[in-house]
Design a protein around this ligand. Structure first.
Ligand code: FE2
Length: 291
């Protein structure tokens, strides 16, 4: 078989362990979440922004009543964890579980993270590999810039970013659900535009560097960023409300950075398709069949 290069309108990706190219139009990406909701694909503008900035804000994805229910769960989790069964003391438990494969998360990860050979209508092409609840009061949160230059990281680092014309792959990718309003420069995550691709170390010498970008958003918004983008915590400014945010990371099916697994009882109670987010970390045969 002679591989063909005559498909100029599509990006070219090599097949895994075979002699040919992938037809990117026929990858079997899931079109519904484990809850049966249709997947929301990122728009061309959202894809462009994520690729050029290294991060993307999607304001107001969640409904107000959903946010109320989730915030109340976070309050219990933070202040009264003993009021919950052990398996439920997690930022992916209760009403927070459906955030793991929210329709926009699936659409975004289909685009930027899914393995073409390890995805089907019953099996996600990516993994979820950590989660944590962040509750921050006024004055809390320490400036700690880290990461960057994801285009140039060595294989195995996880904090990398790769792109060819028409296609991009974000390695370790962070999803932050902001469950309270965030004011501009009020303590949301700080990010340096384009640093996920930069061959240079960013010349920032403090929190006040003009290179830092940040955002404002209503409660129920989603921030996505490549962990290969330089970013930092920022001090929370509001005395009226805490920062309440769920930080979750996603990665390739065959790569893992964090030492974390969901509680086995929590995992066992999830729908089978959602469980595929937490399957073993390897390639060969790692496509879960429908039960
Ligand atoms: Fe980080």
């Amino acid at each position: 078989m002679v591989p063909s290069n005559d498909s100029p309108s599509h990006p070219l990706l090599f097949e895994q362990s075979r002699h040919g190219f992938i037809d990117v139009e026929t990858i079997n990406l899931p079109r519904r979440t484990a809850s049966g909701e249709p997947v929301t694909d990122p728009t061309l503008e959202q894809k462009y922004l994520f690729d050029t900035q290294g991060w993307l804000l999607v304001p107001g994805l969640l409904q107000a009543d959903e946010v109320d229910e989730m915030r109340e769960y976070c309050r219990r989790l933070h202040h009264e964890p003993e009021s919950l069964p052990e398996a439920q003391r997690s930022a992916i438990a209760g009403p927070l579980e459906r955030l793991t494969d929210h329709p926009f998360i699936v659409g975004f990860m289909n685009e930027f993270l899914a393995h073409p050979d390890l995805t089907s209508q019953d099996c996600y092409g990516f993994r979820m590999e950590s989660t944590s609840l962040c509750v921050r009061r006024e004055g809390e949160g320490i400036y700690v810039p880290h990461n960057g230059s994801g285009l140039w990281r060595m294989p195995g680092d996880s904090h990398h970013y790769r792109c060819v014309p028409g296609k991009a792959r974000s390695g370790l990718t962070c999803a932050v659900w902001e469950l309270n309003e965030v004011e501009h420069d009020g303590g949301g995550t700080l990010l340096i535009n384009g640093s996920h691709k930069s061959p240079f170390l960013p010349p920032v010498y403090g929190r006040n560097s003009p290179l830092w970008s940040t955002y404002a958003c209503p409660a129920g918004s989603l921030l996505l960023f490549c962990e290969g983008t330089t970013h930092s915590t920022s001090t929370w400014q509001s005395a009226e409300r805490d920062r309440i945010a769920i930080f979750s990371r996603y990665n390739y099916v065959n790569s893992k950075w964090h030492k974390w697994q969901p509680h086995p009882d929590l995992l066992a109670a999830m729908p089978p398709k959602r469980q595929t987010l937490f399957r073993p970390v390897h390639v060969e045969g790692n496509l879960v069949e429908a039960i």
